[in-house]
Design a protein around this ligand. Structure first.
Ligand code: PMP
Ligand code: GLN
Length: 379
């Protein structure tokens, strides 16, 4: 059959992790921790399994989890979503993003995203028949040029995909970015899909700016998050989205037939975790700041140039003093010859990306970071 996604291969994350394994390299490529989530969370999962919570969860998510999400949102963003009408639990953030795009984008609709951008947005837009318009952010600041953004808007624009803290650039939006976004789209029927999976990993003084704090944008926004990042359990694949009732209803129509519902005992365990140990997410930024700073310090004597890191668990390095290779072949060489796997930035962009930048994941034990930095310092 003719492929609907002819240009698409296996994701860079799977490829680099496989290459790392094959060459026994330290894997700082695909974003996942090399340590476990909280013991309490594991115990609650086992408990709920033992209590027979092993059948389908409600389609929209277990009530205890939706309530806990609503409370966390109220605590952090000054807005309490209706747990029944506005919170939907999904199979990771990936499903929420896909369901939202599928529900909202019609053939020919234009969707704007900011490059570099996370790899799941473009295929979802393509499968919906939408047209993705990418606006390039320039390193090292990766800030949005709002005049350029406004010039991309047409009568066909339906959705803007935002991601803050941003994977892979590790920059974060300010409230002023939301104000600028609102100014640009206020008079038009354009929605906002806000990928906030790193909401609890933000190092700026002002902290994470959620779209939910913006009283106007909130009325047409879908905020997406993931417990994989927050509780160090990327393999559990539990995420959620918060959106106004009418938008949530449309997203649920897709979710209902994409997965129907999400792992029951994991939802219950996460609800317990949110209720009983909120310090975990409140202290997550400090936890990751320590790892970020450790890696930066360990690289101080290397020939890499470290870019600013305001959020996420990723750090960008410029390797132009070390090699002329393009970033994909540099990452392959780094994995096979140096024993450190990283992600090339160009894979998050459409077309030419003339920069020599790689992404390292620092969601790793201190010893892992030290060992990787030692190898990188020899270049
Ligand atoms: N969005 C971004 C920006 C991500 O980095 C990731 C995961 N790494 C996801 C979405 C997907 O999250 P999940 O694993 O919960 O599906
Ligand atoms: N989001 C993770 C990253 O950026 C990868 C998730 C995946 O492998 N699809 O590394």
């Amino acid at each position: 059959p003719e492929s609907k996604l002819p240009a698409l291969g296996t994701t860079i994350f799977s490829r680099m992790s496989a290459l790392a394994q094959q060459h026994n390299a330290i894997n700082l490529s695909q974003g996942f921790p090399d340590f476990d989530g909280p013991r309490y969370l594991q115990e609650r999962l086992a408990w709920h399994v033992s209590q027979g919570a092993n059948q389908y969860a409600p389609m929209t998510g277990v009530a205890a989890l939706r309530e806990a999400i609503a409370d966390k949102t109220a605590e952090l963003y000054d807005y309490r979503p209706d747990a029944d009408l506005e919170v939907t639990v999904t199979a990771g953030a990936t499903e929420a993003l896909y369901a939202a795009i599928t529900a909202l984008v019609r053939p020919g609709d234009e969707v704007i995203c900011f490059d570099p951008s996370y790899d799941s947005y473009a295929p979802a837009v393509a499968l919906a028949g939408g047209v993705l318009k990418r606006i390039a952010l320039q390193p090292p600041a990766f800030r949005v040029d709002w005049a350029a953004f406004a010039s991309l808007i047409t009568d066909n624009t339906r959705l803007v995909i935002v991601n803050t803290p941003h994977n892979p650039s590790a920059t974060v939006w300010r409230n002023s970015d939301y104000d600028a976004l609102w100014q640009a789209i206020a008079d038009r029927p354009i929605g906002v899909l806000s990928d906030e999976v790193y909401e609890h990993i933000c190092f700026t003084e002002a902290g994470h700016a959620s779209v939910l704090t913006h009283a106007d944008l909130r009325l047409r926004a879908i905020a997406v998050s993931s417990f994989g990042k927050t509780f160090h359990v990327t393999g559990w694949k539990v995420g959620y989205c918060v959106a106004p009732p009418a938008l949530s209803a449309e997203i649920r129509k897709v979710h209902q037939y994409l997965t129907f519902s999400v792992n029951t005992p994991a939802q219950l365990a996460i609800a317990d975790m949110l209720r009983q140990q909120p310090a975990h997410y409140r202290e997550l930024s400090a936890f990751y700041r320590e790892r970020r700073d450790r890696l930066i310090a360990a690289l101080a004597n290397s020939r890499f140039r470290v870019l600013p890191c305001e959020g996420t668990y990723f750090l960008l390095l410029d390797y132009s003093a070390i090699s002329d290779r393009d970033d994909v072949s540099f990452c392959e060489w780094l994995t096979t010859e140096v024993g450190v796997a990283a992600i090339p930035l160009s894979v998050f962009c459409d077309g030419a990306f003339p920069h020599k930048l790689i992404r390292l994941c620092f969601a790793k034990q201190p010893a892992t970071l030290d060992a990787a930095a030692e190898r990188l310092c020899q270049l």
